[in-house]
Each structure stands twice: as C-alpha cells, then as structure tokens.
Design a protein around this ligand. Structure first.
Ligand code: HSE
Length: 430
C-alpha cells in the first residue's frame, strides 16, 4: 500500500519535536517498515512562533487543537499536550468520536479515564495507543499486550520514574540528603519546578495503573492505588539499606494474590545484586513474572525526547501497518473490576528504622509490641551511644503480614522514648 498514513500532532514540546525529527530524518526506514509512508499533515501548539529547531513550514498550522479531531486529511491524532483533563481529554474524545486513531503519551489521562476512552475507541473501530505513556522508550505495552499475550501474569514490578531513581541513586553515591539532591536535579533540569508528581509517586502510579490493567485484564484503578513517594527517605536509610545488602528503589508492584489483584507504589528495599537493584540513575525498568514465560525484564530511558518519541512513532507505525488492538489487551467490556487485595493480604520482610532515646528498656518495649503483633525479628542493630540524643535502631523482620507491621509500628511510635516518625519499608526479593 502506498497511500500515506496521515498524522496530526497536537503539542510540540520535547516529545512532539522528537516525533517530527524522527519522521523527517528517516522517512525511508519508516516507510519500508510500516509498509507505507507516514506523513505529518497538520500541527498545533500554543505558541506558533517559538523556535523548536525543526522545520514545520510544510505542515498546516492549526490554531485550535480540537480542529485536528475533525480534520479530513488526518488518519491519526497524536495527543502530546498532557494533563488528565481539559484540552487533552477533549481532543482525544473528539478524535475518537470522529473515527480517528489516537496515539498519546498521556499517562494521567489514561489512568483516570482509560476505561471510557478504550470503550469509545472500540465503539468507533479505532485504536488508542499509548506506548510512550509508560516507561518512555521501553516497549512494555507492546511486550505485555502482544509478546506476552499467551501468559498468565503473576507479578509486575517497575522502576517507573527516572527522577526518583536519579535522586535515590545520587543520595546513595554522595551521601547527600533528599532535599539537597532534589534541588540539584531541578537546577540541572532533570526534575520539574513542581516535582510533587514525580517524588510523591503520582507519575509512577499513573503508569502502574495502566500496567496493572494490561497485565491482569482489570479496569484501570488509579484511585484504589496505595501511593507513597520518596520524600521521607533519608541518607541514613540509604546507608543502612546498603550495609544490609539492599538498594532503596521506588517500586510499583502489581501482583495476583489468589483471586485478587494487589497494586502499590512505595519505596522498597531490593537486593543490591537483583535485576531491579542494579537499575541506577534516570533509568526505568519493568520486571514481569508470568506463566509460562517465567521472568523477563526490560530496562531503558523512561523520559526525554528520543526515548519518548521513539515509542510514539512505533505506535503510529503499527497503525500505518493496519495493526489495531484493544487498548488494555481485551475488549473494554471484558475488563474486570478485580477484586482488589489490600495490605492485609500481603506478607513481606520489612525494614524498620526507629530513632530512640538510648535509655534502658527501650528495646524491651519495642520487642514487646512486636511480640504482641506476632512479628519476628531477623536482625536488629543499634548505632551510636548517647543517652541525651536519639540513636538509630534498625530492624529487619522475618516475613510478616504487612498490615500487622503497620499496626505494630503505629504502636511503637507511641513509646515515650521514640523520637521522629519511624520509617517502614517492604523488602521485595524480586
Ligand atoms: N517525569 C517522569 C520521570 C517522566 O522522571 O520519569 C514522565 O513521566
């Protein structure tokens, strides 16, 4: 087929510019692999006169992004604006309503409205592709939706936010604390001016909600996700974890527990020598355990112009080839409402870091609380000796109920010699 596949791009920021660059620099490779040329016909952005370092003169400039949704020379709309609502949502809905395929990098939009949009795409016989929305350049959506389609997924574990992984890596390598490294990351342009979505785990949780839906055939459930960020991780925690043979990583986990699905975003300890323990800096990684394939892992850059645009263009090429798939791997009407598991359904070893006044009987008090909650200790170390000031007590539990550990630590926090809020992190032997 030589008929060109015609796309419109809404949003010419880092990702949009990257898409234009790929399509301009290697049209022949894309034509050969897609089986037909891919052509940009129209573009839109907020500021027409900005210098983006790419030549846009041969494309129609459309002032209103919504006009792209009904454009008669467009087969597919690329929504690269961002945001869970507003113009991005309006554009995607309108494009699907008009029978146009949509490719988006917008994890927030899909985490909040994925089910309705998937249904709309299906009703109109078009595709809603979003490879770039999860882990940037890593083809994890294709992997789960196609490559692993014959498997029953048991667990998905991901490092899904490069900013957090960079901060945690930098804290470990330099011994600096969270705020210091965050400021440095902002100065270097790695972290956003408002980094709360990144360091608070929200951005990664948007991505996890999509992976959970795809992996387990359930409706995306961002609102039901337990989310904890990395803001309270200290340089001491990172050092203690290191001494114990672990790295602290922000891990998005989705697991099948009996008939239930459990999903959580939280910092965890993973063995230093494990697959995820060795993923450092801005890199993302997704580890999938499934039957019968067993364990697979993919690692790569989760953000930036090249990796994200690579994923967007791959989605476009699939559509140009005529490949259309249900958004979450099965028809929207077949996506289940889980049932969802919660903390009381999971067990794990835990790392507990307490700051206590070093007085006689403190350890006995802590032990009594753990005994009452049926929690057994694998190891305990106390660092420092100063009756006037707080010292660190670090414990690693044996495999214990996560809810029981949470309740026990809430009780330990009430012991009078306790100083500061305890830190509790799951240990995941992935
Ligand atoms: N801000 C994200 C990150 C990339 O740091 O990985 C976009 O989701």
């Amino acid at each position: 087929m030589n008929e060109p596949f015609r796309i419109a791009i809404a949003g010419l920021g880092t990702v949009g510019r990257g898409v234009v660059k790929i399509l301009q620099s290697q049209p022949e490779l894309i034509r050969a692999r897609a089986g037909r040329p891919v052509e940009i016909t129209a573009v839109n952005a907020r500021n027409k006169s900005a210098d983006r370092g790419v030549d846009l003169s041969s494309y129609e400039w459309v002032g209103d992004p919504l006009a792209l949704a009904g454009h008669d020379k467009v087969d597919c709309v690329l929504e690269l604006i961002g945001g869970s609502d507003g113009v991005a949502k309006d554009l995607v809905e309108a494009a699907l309503d008009n029978g146009k395929h949509v490719v988006t990098a917008n994890k927030a939009l899909l985490a909040h409205h994925g089910l309705e949009l998937a249904q709309k795409a299906e009703d109109k016989g078009v595709s809603l592709n979003y490879e770039a929305a999860v882990a940037g350049g890593i083809p994890i959506i294709k992997s789960l939706r196609e490559g692993l389609a014959a498997n029953k997924v048991k667990g998905i574990y991901g490092i899904l936010n490069g900013t957090c992984n960079y901060i945690l890596t930098e804290m470990r390598e330099t011994g600096r604390d969270f705020n210091d490294v965050l400021k440095d990351a902002q100065d270097r342009g790695y972290a956003e001016a408002d980094p709360s979505f990144d360091v608070g785990g929200i951005d990664a949780a948007h991505k996890l909600a999509l992976l959970t839906a795809l992996g387990f055939g359930v409706k995306p459930n961002f609102d039901g996700l337990s989310i904890e960020g990395i803001e309270s991780i200290t340089a001491d925690d990172i050092r203690f974890a290191d001494e114990l043979g672990y790295r602290i990583k922000l891990i998005g986990m989705a697991r099948c527990l009996g008939g239930k699905v459990f999903q959580i975003m939280a910092p965890c300890l993973v063995p230093t020598a494990s697959a995820l323990g060795s993923v450092e800096g801005v890199f993302n990684a997704v580890f999938v355990e499934a039957d019968p394939v067993d364990k697979t892992m993919a690692e790569g850059r989760g953000a930036g112009e090249g990796p994200t645009a690579s994923a967007v263009v791959a989605d476009v090429m699939d559509l140009a080839r005529g490949i259309t798939l249900p958004t979450f791997g099965v028809r929207a009407s077949e996506l289940k409402d889980a049932p969802w598991a919660d903390l009381s359904d999971i067990t794990a070893q835990h790392y507990i870091h307490l700051k206590v006044l070093d007085q006689p009987g403190v350890i006995a008090d802590i032990s009594a609380v753990l005994r009452d909650h049926q929690i057994s200790i694998e190891s305990l170390v106390q660092r420092g000796r100063d009756p006037q000031r707080a010292v660190s007590v670090v414990m690693v539990t044996h495999e214990s109920g996560a809810k029981a550990v949470q309740d026990a630590v809430a009780d330990i926090a009430k012991i009078p010699s306790m100083v500061d809020k305890p830190t509790v992190l799951r240990i995941e032997h992935i």
